[in-house]
Design a protein around this ligand. Structure first.
Ligand code: AMP
Length: 183
């Protein structure tokens, strides 16, 4: 089963994806982390310019880096858990046709905006993330609403989206997701 964990920045989606990957023995891909790990390459440097402004990285760069990343780090005999991708409608056909990966289940982590802002403020101090300035945060929320919103709608229309309360503890959220997977 290929899984997408959807949630705004600070919703805890990557933490949940990592746990899920361990439990279900899946490849785990988070495009935000992929970019941050490659800031010392040419493609990574140009991705950073967009990220620092809170803008989405252009599709051409995303696709090129993702393909290489999957070839290098993934075991193709295993299924995937994704966070951060697909993030625009244009990324869905790329995923399905070029990467031959079809999402079977989407978990949407629901967290209120004021709680997300508090979490991001803490993380900025802890992890020194340069793209978490107030301007970048505001821009990112606009980008997410405009571009990532339709992705969720697309999967909602397919009937594969499950909402999860993202304000519970890490363990409780993971348990809720696992219960929904086991059915
Ligand atoms: P995240 O860690 O998921 O919040 O992603 C951090 C930043 O990386 C985003 O604000 C975007 O600028 C960029 N990014 C991550 N994934 C994608 C994607 N699939 N398409 C375009 N930009 C992305």
């Amino acid at each position: 089963m290929n899984i997408l964990i959807h949630g705004l920045r600070g919703s805890g989606k990557t933490t949940q994806a990592k746990l899920l990957a361990e439990t279900l023995n899946l490849n785990q891909i988070d495009t935000g982390t992929m970019f941050r790990e490659s800031f010392d390459t040419d493609a990574g440097r140009s991705a950073k310019e967009y990220m620092d402004k809170g803008m989405y990285v252009p599709e051409k760069i995303v696709f090129q880096m993702l393909k290489e990343y999957i070839d290098k780090t993934c075991d193709k005999s295993k299924d995937f858990v994704f966070t951060g991708f697909p993030r625009t409608l244009a990324q869905i056909p790329y995923m399905e046709n070029e990467l031959s990966i079809k999402i079977d289940k989407v978990f949407e982590l629901k967290v209120r905006i004021n709680i997300l802002m508090e979490r991001m403020e803490k993380r900025k101090t802890l992890e020194n993330r340069h793209d978490e300035t107030p301007e970048a945060i505001k821009m990112r929320l606009t980008e997410d609403e405009k571009k990532a919103g339709p992705v969720l709608e697309y999967y909602r229309d397919e009937g594969i989206v499950e909402e999860v309360d993202g304000e519970k503890t890490i363990e409780e959220i993971q348990e809720d997701i696992m219960k929904k997977i086991r059915g």
